[in-house]
Design a protein around this ligand. Structure first.
Ligand code: ATP
Ligand code: MG
Length: 568
């Protein structure tokens, strides 16, 4: 596969983010002989979320723009948390987002090479087998203000270390009995350099290697080697690895091998959600959401099911930009991006979410007119469809008020409004049940207003959407609010509570008896529509024959446009 269409290489004078600036400078100076090789290196221990999308756009985007290569690499070095299921899902999600990788690699395929290099390090006197248990190792590591204590096993001979390390690999010792540590500096100001662990014993089946190994490399030991083996030039990662860079460099400096540059950028954070696979897993296993693809989840699966398009997510990542310092991005910006894309691409339909019957008393009982409705005013190529009309229609309950306040311009007794594409109608009265709830609204129509305008030029203040009762399809519609009630869930934890206490208890609402136009009868899962006046909606895979289910992606009201205007 190729990295996709090469976008024009950035020209001198283009305003680049700091990562692209580094790459552009390196290309100009010929540091890597003009090569640009990046990688996206997820650990297959969960589904990708929108934070990963930012990294994907950066890693693949840079390769595209600079005519380089971007590898997909699974950092599958921990058998206890990783599964083949996640590998497949991650590949699907990267493709869905619109990217194609050059090479597809697995860190576990390099285990033999890593083992050889670890032996080399032992031979150089720069690694040793330690018998201390994990808690003691961390206790003896010291603090930011005090140096660490050397392990009593630090001075083992090369021969003894080689023997013990081989026996670790051979499976002679139980989990936790021994580790291999780099022998660097127990007094280093950077704690990561105080004899970090390189291998631990884990007797667990690996999703690709099976039982071939019972020693597994740590992230720091493995990651730089993976990059080096693949000839990566720019190893782009998130800020939490900044402190690990000296160790990344130290390991690579010990060998005569390719030495990529690690560059850290600020991870994406978004208001009203959490972006951490561990926390998202907890939401799934704790039953707080229906699964990884719950439409409230910030996973790519969840966003897709909710109706977010890859174009919108990529646009959002581009607008958020790439910076060195952490920030909290606004959820309304993401919503703005999806509105922009769906406004241009989604077909319009009429759907009544909270239906009440509207009876046109002077319309023929057997009237079966149809009206042409434009599919997308922004896209003439989308054409039109016909919408059946009739004597009995469904309209939104909220579009009628018996006793309207001054600013309510929709239907009310004696008032005339437009039915979209059809006629002007005037309300003549209502039917109510014993509890006083309105069961039907009566009106008359003016046959001279076919198409929606009056020959005498009289104006109405409202246009209502509607669905003909006879041919309407009953649908389920799921409405969503933010998953968390707090803008920044991590900072809103109540005293004595946990981050789960900041979940929004009303984040999902199910409307089971919506009435939608017949064209939606068998819409394919994941198709996106605009329901006129109601927002953007996406067909849920829970749909069954004749009973579609829709997720509301967003309402039509663009709070971001307002926010950014108010802000100047
Ligand atoms: P999480 O913390 O959610 O478990 P992770 O960092 O453990 O994520 P990895 O599978 O290691 O997940 O991530 C793969 C790549 O995606 C890494 O390069 C990582 O830096 C990047 N990444 C992860 N989270 C974000 C984020 N919120 N914003 C930008 N990039 C991210
Ligand atoms: Mg990680």
């Amino acid at each position: 596969m190729s990295a996709g269409d090469a976008s024009p290489a950035p020209a001198e004078g283009d305003r680049l983010d700091f990562v692209r600036q580094i790459v552009a400078d390196d290309c100009r100076s010929g540091k890597w002989d003009g090569a640009v090789v990046t990688r996206f290196p997820p650990e297959p221990n969960g589904y990708l979320h929108i934070g990963h999308a930012k990294a994907i756009c950066l890693d693949f985007g840079i390769a595209r723009e600079f005519g380089g290569r971007c590898n997909m690499r699974f950092d599958d070095t921990n058998p206890t948390k990783e599964e083949a299921e996640y590998v497949q899902a991650i590949l699907d999600d990267v493709r869905w987002l619109g990217f194609a990788w050059d090479g597809l690699y697995y860190a576990s395929d390099y285990f033999e090479r890593m083992y050889e290099l670890a032996c080399e390090l032992i031979d150089q006197g720069k690694a040793y087998v330690d018998d201390l248990p994990a808690d003691q190792i961390s206790e003896m590591r010291g603090t930011l203000t005090s140096p660490g204590q050397p392990s009593p096993y630090r001075e083992r001979s090369v021969a003894e270390n080689r023997d013990l390390f081989a026996r670790m690999r051979a499976g002679e010792f139980p989990d936790g009995a021994k580790v291999l540590r780099a022998r660097i500096d127990m007094a280093a100001p950077n704690m990561n350099l105080r004899d970090p662990v390189m291998y631990r014993i884990i007797h667990a089946a690996h999703h690709r290697q099976g039982d071939a190994w019972c020693i597994y490399p740590t992230y720091d030991w493995a990651h730089g080697l993976e990059d080096a083996i693949e000839g990566v030039t720019h190893s782009i990662c998130t800020l939490e690895f900044e402190n690990h860079r000296p160790l990344y460099d130290w390991y690579l400096d010990q060998f005569a091998i390719h030495h990529p540059q690690q560059i850290e950028f600020a991870p994406l954070n978004i208001t009203y959600t959490v972006l951490s696979k561990r926390k998202l897993l907890e939401l799934v296993t704790g039953g707080h959401v229906a699964g990884w693809d719950d439409p409230r989840m910030p996973t790519l699966r969840g966003l897709r099911r909710r109706g977010f398009s890859p174009e919108a997510i990529r646009d959002f990542c581009a607008q958020v930009g790439v910076a060195k310092y952490p920030a909290l991005s606004e959820l309304p910006l993401l919503e703005h991006c999806v509105r922009k894309h769906l406004n241009a691409t989604a077909e319009r339909r009429m759907a009544v979410l909270d239906p009440v019957r509207l009876i046109i008393d002077n319309y023929p009982e057997d009237g079966d007119e149809e009206f042409a409705a434009v599919n997308n005013p922004e896209d003439p190529a989308a054409g039109s469809r016909t919408v059946p009309f009739g004597r009995e229609l469904w309209i939104e309950r909220e579009d009628f008020m018996e006793d309207p306040p001054k600013k309510f311009f929709r239907l009310a007794p004696g008032r005339e409004v437009r039915l979209r594409y059809a006629y002007l109608v005037t309300c003549t009265g209502v039917d109510k049940d014993a509890d006083g709830r309105i069961t039907a609204i009566h009106c008359t129509y003016d046959p001279a207003t076919r198409g929606g305008s009056a020959p005498d030029g009289r104006k109405v203040k409202a246009t209502l959407h509607w669905v003909a009762a006879r041919s309407a399809v009953t649908a389920e519609v799921r409405l969503y609010e933010t998953l968390f009630a707090a803008e920044n869930p991590a900072q809103a934890i109540p005293e004595g509570g946990t981050w789960l206490d900041t979940l929004n208890p009303t984040s999902k609402q199910v409307l089971a008896a919506c009435q939608v136009e017949p064209a939606l009868h068998d819409a394919a899962p994941f198709t996106r529509f605009q329901f006129e006046r109601k927002g953007y909606f996406c067909v849920d895979p829970d749909s069954t024959a004749g009973r579609p289910v829709f997720n509301r992606t967003v309402t039509l009201r663009d709070t971001w446009a307002k926010l950014s205007k108010a802000g100047g």
